[in-house]
Design a protein around this ligand. Structure first.
Ligand SMILES: Cc1ncc(COP(=O)(O)O)c(C=O)c1O
Length: 390
């Protein structure tokens, strides 16, 4: 079946957080997609609604089997269903883990620039962020791990936890298997628990697939909690459903206690049927979606090359978020983003949200029908020209 990614959805006044904007504005911010999810998933949810009785739910064995089958077929990665626990979202699982696996005043390690909500999970819990900066190559527009710095920060006795983003948001970088093994080995050597957020793992648009960390050799997964979800993959963020995959049985019991203690372990009425339908029947939709979003990425890369050569697209191969180096135009992306919005109504995320060297970058969500992407590029072109004239 051919799915439709071209129709523009009218999401204003639909309680969409992203679309709570002024008339004429085009928000390309929060990471949800402006596409309808797969009809197979909607059918499963409608059936559930039609039952009419909405009592307490639990994650069924079929749910965990669907997760395991998905990772086996989609990523050639084996996970036992016993390793899995249901959680009401990746962020709720991370926040519960921060509380449970570290103490007030401890350091939680991040690799900056990185997804902004991690900071809330850490700081709101009274922990400190300790950041290892990814090194930016200004010629290639690529990032690299600063291995000495990373190990130094892992070795700090106050560092008890690390949150890894695999693949990385906002750069779209897909960590190689060797890099993951190295990161996990270093963390293990220094007794640091690693939470690997793999919410974008199904969205590798091009090139080699990502490596699900739970599938790595057991010697290095002893300290590992992997978090996966249908949320980004199938545009089901509001479903509040995620899975923790923890190969080490002792750590798994502790994770289980964490998500139960912080009430992040019970599914809502649509989470289980929606996620099962997604994993069982959403594959074709996802594969077509990835081609479409890759087409958007290519379109934008060409557009920038031809019209805005001062802007450089960081060459990530995953996620529907693009990370653009705007440092030749402004060293303050918060101001730049505000100008772009006021000048043209295009709303994008300033890189400052993601810390690190984000002041020289903007992030744009490109999971939109092509016509809206074209519209966004015209607005960006006008805004950058006007900004330079200031
Ligand atoms: C890296 C990353 N983790 C987690 C989330 C949110 O996860 P959830 O909605 O399951 O809490 C996002 C959403 O943008 C994300 O990009």
């Amino acid at each position: 079946m051919q799915y439709d990614f071209d129709t523009i959805l009218d999401r204003k006044h639909t309680n969409s957080e992203k679309w709570a904007v002024r008339d004429g504005e085009l928000p390309m911010t929060t990471a949800d997609m402006d596409f309808k999810t797969a009809p197979e998933i909607m059918d499963a949810m409608k059936q559930k609604i039609d039952q009419g009785a909405f009592g307490y739910e639990y994650p069924t064995p079929e749910y965990f089997q669907a997760v395991a089958a998905w990772y086996a077929t989609e990523h050639h990665a084996a996970a036992e269903t016993d390793w899995m626990r249901f959680a009401t979202g990746v962020i709720p699982a991370i926040t519960a883990s921060v509380h449970h696996f570290s103490h007030e005043g401890d350091n939680v390690l991040l690799m900056e620039p990185v997804y902004n909500t991690f900071y809330n999970s850490i700081i709101n819990s009274g922990r400190h962020v300790i950041a290892s900066q990814q090194l930016y190559d200004h010629d290639q527009h690529t990032y690299h791990v600063d291995w000495y710095d990373l190990e130094d920060k892992l070795a700090n006795p106050l560092t008890t936890l690390m949150i890894l983003c695999n693949p990385h948001n906002p750069t779209g970088y897909v960590w190689t298997k060797d890099e993951l093994i190295h990161i996990l080995s270093l963390a293990k050597r220094h007794g640091v628990v690693v939470i690997s957020d793999e919410i974008h793992g199904d969205l590798v648009l091009d090139g080699p697939d990502y490596t699900p960390t739970f599938s790595l050799p057991t010697e290095i997964t002893a300290n590992l909690i992997t978090l996966v979800s249908t949320s980004k993959t199938f545009n089901l963020a509001a479903l509040h459903s995620a899975t923790g995959i923890v190969p080490n049985p002792i750590l798994r019991e502790r994770f289980d206690r964490a998500i139960n203690k912080y009430e992040a372990a019970e599914p809502n009425l649509l989470a289980i049927p929606g996620a099962i339908a997604a994993y069982r029947h959403g594959g074709d939709w996802l594969h077509q979606l990835k081609k479409y979003v890759l087409g958007n990425r290519h379109y934008i890369a060409d557009f920038l090359r031809q019209n805005l050569p001062d802007l450089h697209l960081v060459p990530g191969t995953a996620t529907y978020l693009i990370w653009i180096d705007t440092s030749a135009v402004s060293d303050d992306s918060a101001k730049l983003a505000q100008f772009i919005r006021e000048d043209t109504g295009l709303i994008i995320n300033p890189g400052t949200y993601y810390h690190g060297n984000g002041a020289g970058f903007i992030r744009i969500n490109i999971a939109y029908p092509r016509k809206q992407v074209e519209d966004a590029m015209q607005r960006l072109l006008k805004a950058i020209k006007d900004f330079k004239k200031k």
